[in-house]
Design a binder for this molecule. Structure first.
Ligand SMILES: Cc1cc2nc3c(=O)[nH]c(=O)nc-3n(C[C@H](O)[C@H](O)[C@H](O)COP(=O)(O)OP(=O)(O)OC[C@H]3O[C@@H](n4cnc5c(N)ncnc54)[C@H](O)[C@@H]3O)c2cc1C
Length: 468
């Protein structure tokens, strides 16, 4: 009965085609992309305007109705899936129909877009204006810029351009009580009191719903050089990173580390031959906004000086795409293999080698037959550290999660790292937050949540640990 009344109110706000209520229509929204979390809702709401988002949030706030914001649903921590314990009460707010470019401003080098735009479309709109938007992830064909900002996404180009947080100049968002906060000016400087924008960025839809953003654009790279280097140790990969950074500075835009196991999986899945044989692999890319910047000779000099000669330098755009495909297909290849315990961690670059060695020893003690699939953005110290138990390749692997997580995170913390580098906390890691943030910090987070969302209706059960 309760649901019936609230559905009628949403129908009045949105109109029939923008509400999904049939289980088969709602199903893809109600399960996360790893197929680990399932939730439900009275309906999936698909607003087409910021005013509709305001009306929906105001209504949910007034009537104490849980509402879960969702972008492209590519998140890896269950943040966009309604909590199962809500038993289907509430709404899911899917942002994909709010997807226009609002303005491209080539004087200020910015683009202003709706939050529901797919990341690849934002990149395309920048390209159409002869500019470059550097945020890039393997999920860019599906994830939305609002979701990227809500998670403070990282991806492949952080070493040069920073995370989503560094690329947002202006933000528009709706608070749980329906109030619109809009600062979409393309200002590179603005010191007017506390920076609220940065508080919303990375808050995973728990403080506000992001509806628009003004993003930084850059000159398009005109020269690109991509290389794949095989190495026999992580220490060699870290040394190579230091040498390349030292020589190329900001021209280094990506520096990805890939273990042999990760490459073997991806090569089989992609039906491509690995470029070289080695225990560890680096995929690096150098870019310059000047045409014919002749990046290859100095790259060959660096590789020769360090004796890093088990290498392939892409000679054409097709070769470059093949190298990147091997990197970008690792996630899909893992999914094909089965379920694993995934970790999105970062440690200081100087500690990466020791972390990987010590953690492998600890994992071996815990489960002697684990298969570790390690890859990630070594250029910024973040790694995907995924643990497969070859005898349990389905969701039963999560029964082993507590011990495996404890082992990995103990090593991460011993190496001064973080348990969430770029995927956020969602519902997956709320209980780990107390291990990495102080009691005072968590109390401050709770106070912020209480202030923004006093009825706790917006994305309940995410980020902040439940009180006992
Ligand atoms: C193959 C693959 C590769 C990936 N690679 C990377 C990578 O390299 N780097 C990286 O950082 N991540 C990566 N991810 C994770 C994921 O793609 C990112 O976290 C992405 O930023 C999520 O965007 P989304 O639109 O899919 O958000 P969703 O999954 O829909 O939501 C994520 C969180 O943001 C909230 N949210 C979504 N939209 C809004 C909004 N408009 N307002 C407020 N809150 C909102 C949701 O409530 C949820 O808490 C990868 C995922 C896959 C599947």
């Amino acid at each position: 009965m309760e649901a019936h009344i609230h559905l009628a109110a949403m129908q009045a706000c949105l109109g029939e085609p923008d509400i999904l209520t049939k289980p088969e229509d709602m199903a893809p929204y109600c399960i996360d992309q790893r197929r680990r979390y399932k939730g439900n809702a009275w309906a999936v709401l698909l607003p087409r305007s910021v005013a509709q988002v305001q009306t929906i949030l105001r209504y949910c706030h007034t009537h104490n109705i849980p509402i879960t914001p969702q972008g492209g649903n590519t998140g890896l921590c269950g943040g966009a899936t309604p909590l199962a314990s809500l038993n289907g009460k509430g709404f899911l707010l899917a942002m994909g129909r709010l997807n226009r470019v609002r303005e491209v401003n080539t004087a200020d080098n910015t683009i202003t877009v709706d939050a529901g735009m797919i990341l690849a479309q934002v990149q395309q709109a920048a390209r159409a204006a002869d500019r470059y938007f550097p945020l890039s992830l393997a999920s860019e064909g599906t994830c939305q810029i609002g979701g990227n900002i809500a998670c403070n996404a990282g991806g492949l180009n952080v070493v040069r351009y920073g995370t989503a947080r560094d690329l947002v100049l202006g933000l528009e968002y709706v608070l749980p009580n329906g109030t619109l906060v809009s600062h979409l000016q393309p200002l590179h400087k603005n010191t007017t009191g506390y920076e609220l924008r940065q508080q919303i960025i990375g808050s995973e839809g728990t403080l506000a719903v992001i509806t628009g953003a003004t993003l930084k654009l850059y000159a398009q790279p005109q020269s690109v050089q991509t290389a794949w280097i095989g190495l026999n140790s992580i220490q060699a990969a870290v040394a190579l990173l230091g040498a390349v950074k030292n020589r190329f500075a900001e021209r280094l835009s990506s520096f990805e580390l890939i273990s042999d196991q990760a490459l073997a999986l991806s090569a089989q899945y992609s039906q491509h031959t690995p470029p070289v044989a080695a225990a560890w692999h680096v995929l690096l890319e150098l870019t310059d906004s000047l045409p014919q910047a002749a990046l290859d000779d100095p790259l060959i000099e660096v590789l020769s000086a360090g004796n890093w000669l088990n290498a392939v330098i892409a000679q054409s755009d097709t070769e470059r795409q093949h190298l990147w495909l091997l990197r970008e297909n690792i996630s899909a290849a893992q999914r094909h293999l089965g379920a694993s315990i995934k970790h999105d961690i970062a440690v200081p670059i100087a500690q990466v080698a020791d972390f990987i060695e010590t953690c492998a020893q600890a994992m071996d003690k815990l489960h002697p037959n684990t298969q570790l699939v390690i890859f990630g953005h070594l250029g910024d110290g973040s790694l995907h550290y995924n643990v497969f138990l070859p005898h349990v390749l389905n969701n039963a692997v999560y029964d082993f999660e507590t011990d495996i997580n404890a082992t990995v995170y103990e090593q991460v913390l011993a190496h001064h790292g973080t348990i969430a580098a770029e995927h956020g906390i969602g519902q997956l890691k709320t209980h780990w937050l107390t291990k990495v943030r102080s009691t005072e910090e968590i109390a401050w987070m709770r106070a912020q949540k209480d202030h923004f969302d006093p009825h706790h209706v917006l994305n309940p059960g995410k980020v902040i640990p439940a009180t006992d």
